[in-house]
Write a protein that binds this ligand. Structure first.
Ligand SMILES: [Zn+2]
Length: 196
């Protein structure tokens, strides 16, 4: 009986701690055989990973636990990305992408969500990026991206700029600009975490 009780309290303790812990799952879009968009010699997959790693450093400095869906130039399926997020009871999933359009004059930053909690997260990120960065504020929008629909926790997908636009492409190619993007994404995620 005593052993049973001990196991019961241990179960409660583990359950309670996993419930309380918020984990940010950063998802650098594409990777490996999937380049994502490719314009003017730059692959989206490389930019995504670079920005995600910068966000990871900034969040960890704030004491926020981070899990990455990939750390290298490897292909990860959309299902597996969502599975990584779904391992955690309280995950905040942020997918990082850069945009492209056949109309090269289109530029700007936009963030997507599905749920109402996701909307709050997306708005926190979008607001900071739009305030800091000189480009079109394309806003936060509801969109059924597979990686968002498959994720059970709070989720947002940020499109950090159009690499099909030459002006935006040249800027995205610099580390100083990717650092600014990371600062504002991390600050938006941290602000959302503070509302929990
Ligand atoms: Zn993408």
């Amino acid at each position: 009986m005593r052993v049973l009780l001990c196991n019961f309290f241990l179960f409660i303790a583990i359950f309670a701690s996993s419930e309380a812990k918020t984990v940010v799952v950063l998802d650098p879009g594409h990777g490996g055989k999937d380049n994502g968009a490719r314009w003017y010699g730059i692959s989206e997959k490389t930019l995504n990973l670079d920005v995600a790693k910068r966000v990871e450093v900034l969040l960890k400095k704030r004491g926020i636990p981070v899990v990455m869906t990939r750390r290298t130039d490897t292909f990860v399926s959309l299902d597996y990305r969502a599975q990584i997020a779904n391992r955690h009871a309280n995950s905040i999933f942020v997918s990082i992408h850069f945009n492209a359009h056949s109309n090269r004059s289109i530029k700007g930053i936009e963030t997507f969500y599905i749920s109402s909690k996701g909307k709050n997260l997306a708005q926190n990120i979008q607001k900071r990026l739009a305030n800091r960065i000189n480009t079109n504020d394309r806003g936060s929008k509801k969109h059924h991206f597979a990686v968002l629909t498959k994720t059970r926790g709070v989720a947002a997908l940020v499109e950090c700029g159009f690499i099909s636009n030459h002006w935006e492409n040249r800027r995205c190619a610099t580390t100083w600009f990717r650092d600014i993007l990371a600062q504002e994404i991390a600050s938006g995620i941290a602000a959302y975490c503070n509302t929990l």
